[in-house]
Design a protein around this ligand. Structure first.
Ligand code: SOE
Length: 389
C-alpha cells in the first residue's frame, strides 16, 4: 500500500558539505523519488563556517537554506534530523548537542576520533532513545545490495561454520609525497589515518557480515611519508603527518574464525578498492567494490565437479534495495548506498524503530581501531626473523 501522498515532512539539516556532505545530499535528493516513504525528507538547511561557500553549496546540493553556526542549525524548528558530515573532531560535540536538543542524528563514520568520545555519544544516544530520538552511524557500504545479500546468505547459514573473513580497502591518493598536509593526515582532526577512514569500513563489514564481534587483534601500522608541505604555508614549510598511512592487522572473531585486514592510501593504482571474502564450511562469498553489482558464491555442498565461484548479478527486483531502481541488469553505483541509508533511516524514524548501525556499533568499531593502534605500538619490536648471513 503506498503511503499517503504527500507523506508528512521530515526536516533534515546537514553539517558539512564536502565529499561526504555531497554524497549524503545525493541520498536525500533521490530517496523520495526512488522509494515510497512514510515521511518526506525536506532538505531544510546546510551548515558550514564560510557564508559564501556554504550558500554556494546549498544551491549546488539542493538545500533550502544555509547556516554558518551548527548550533543555529540544530535550533531550527524545521530540522528534526541532523546529518553530521564534518571531520571526526566535531562529531561528538554536534551529535550530543543535537540529541539533547531533541533531534534525530545521522553521523558519518568513523563515529568519533576516540573511544571516550564514542562512549559519550553512545550514552547520549541511549538516553535520547528513551525520549523517542534515534541515532545512526553512516557505514554506507552495508547498503551495497550485494553486501546486504551476502549478509542475508550468511545469516541463513549458507556458508555453514565461518572460518575466515579477509578484507582490504585500498586507495592511493596520498602516494605522492608532494601532496600537501590535508586534514585527513592530522590526528587532531581525523583521529587516525587509513585505519579510521578505511579500516573502520572493513571492520564494520566483517562484523556485520559474520554477525560476530572481533575479540582481539594483532597489528602493524606505518606512516611512509612523515612530513608534507603545509596546504597554504609559505614555500618550503612542512608539517608532520601524525596519522598512519597504512595498516595491516589480523583478528579473531568470537566463534574462533580468523580475520585479516589491510588498508592503505599508498596502494598505487587502487583508487577505491574494497574487497571482502568470507569462507565457511559450506561455502564462500567474495565481493569487490569495483564490481559492486556482483557477488561471487561458491557452494561447498555441491559435488567437487560442480564447485567453483559463480557470479550472482545483484540487480533483481527482489534483491535488497533493488525494488526502487532499474530493471534487472542495469546496475547501481556508489551513490545509491547513501540513498539506501536515507531510506532505512526514514523508515526507522517513522516506525520509531532503532536503525542500524547504532552508535553502540560505531563504538565497537572504535574499540577495534584503538586496539589496532595499541597492538601496533606494542609490536614496535615484533618477533624478529633472523637475517641470512
Ligand atoms: C576516503 O578517501 C573516503 O572518502 C572515505 O572517507 C569514505 O568513507 C569512503 O567511502 C571513500 O573514501
Amino acid at each position: 500500500m503506498p503511503y499517503s501522498t504527500p507523506a508528512p515532512p521530515l526536516g533534515v539539516g546537514m553539517v558539512g558539505y564536502a565529499f561526504m556532505g555531497a554524497a549524503h545530499s545525493q541520498g536525500w535528493r533521490t530517496v523520495g523519488r526512488a522509494y515510497d516513504l512514510p515521511l518526506t525528507p525536506v532538505m531544510a538547511a546546510v551548515c558550514g563556517r564560510d557564508r559564501s561557500r556554504v550558500e554556494a553549496a546549498a544551491d549546488r546540493l539542493g538545500w533550502a537554506a544555509a547556516e554558518t553556526d551548527w548550533r543555529a542549525l540544530i535550533a531550527r524548528d524545521d530540522v528534526s534530523l541532523v546529518d553530521i558530515c564534518t571531520p571526526g573532531d566535531s562529531h561528538a560535540e554536534i551529535a550530543i548537542a543535537a540529541l539533547e536538543a531533541g533531534k534525530h542524528v545521522l553521523c558519518e563514520k568513523p563515529l568519533a576520533n576516540t573511544v571516550e568520545e564514542a562512549e559519550a555519544m553512545t550514552a547520549a544516544a541511549i538516553a535520547a532513545r528513551r525520549r523517542g530520538q534515534l541515532a545512526m552511524v553512516g557505514f554506507n557500504y552495508r547498503r551495497v545490495p550485494a553486501l546486504a545479500l551476502a549478509r542475508q546468505l550468511i545469516a541463513e547459514g549458507r556458508l555453514g561454520t565461518l572460518r575466515h573473513v579477509r578484507a582490504s580497502y585500498l586507495q592511493d591518493w596520498a602516494a605522492d609525497p608532494a601532496m600537501p598536509l590535508a586534514w585527513r593526515l592530522r590526528k587532531e582532526k581525523a583521529g587516525s589515518g587509513a585505519l579510521g577512514d578505511l579500516g573502520a569500513h572493513i571492520v564494520d563489514i566483517a562484523q556485520h557480515l559474520s554477525g560476530e564481534l572481533l575479540v582481539g587483534v594483532s597489528a602493524q601500522t606505518e606512516t611512509f611519508v612523515k612530513e608534507r608541505p603545509l596546504p597554504e604555508g609559505e614555500a618550503g614549510q612542512v608539517g608532520a603527518v601524525t596519522v598512519d598511512d597504512a595498516a595491516v592487522f589480523s583478528g579473531r572473531l568470537a566463534s574462533g574464525a580468523l580475520a585479516s585486514f589491510e588498508v592503505s592510501r599508498f596502494a598505487a593504482g587502487r583508487k577505491n578498492q574494497l574487497r571482502v571474502e568470507v569462507n565457511g564450511s559450506d561455502g564462500s562469498l567474495a565481493f569487490d567494490l569495483e564490481r559492486l553489482n556482483e557477488l561471487e558464491f561458491h557452494d561447498n555442498t555441491l559435488p567437487d565437479a560442480e564447485g567453483g565461484f559463480r557470479r550472482i548479478l545483484v540487480t533483481e527486483a527482489d534483491h535488497p534495495y533493488l525494488e526502487g531502481w532499474w530493471p534487472p541488469g542495469h546496475g547501481l553505483g556508489y551513490e545509491h548506498t547513501f540513498t539506501h541509508q536515507a531510506r532505512d533511516l526514514v523508515h526507522a524514524i517513522a516506525e520509531n524503530a532503532q536503525p542500524e548501525p547504532t552508535f553502540a556499533d560505531g563504538l565497537q568499531v572504535q574499540r577495534v581501531l584503538a586496539a589496532v593502534e595499541e597492538s601496533a605500538e606494542k609490536n614496535a619490536v615484533h618477533t624478529p626473523i633472523p637475517v641470512p648471513a
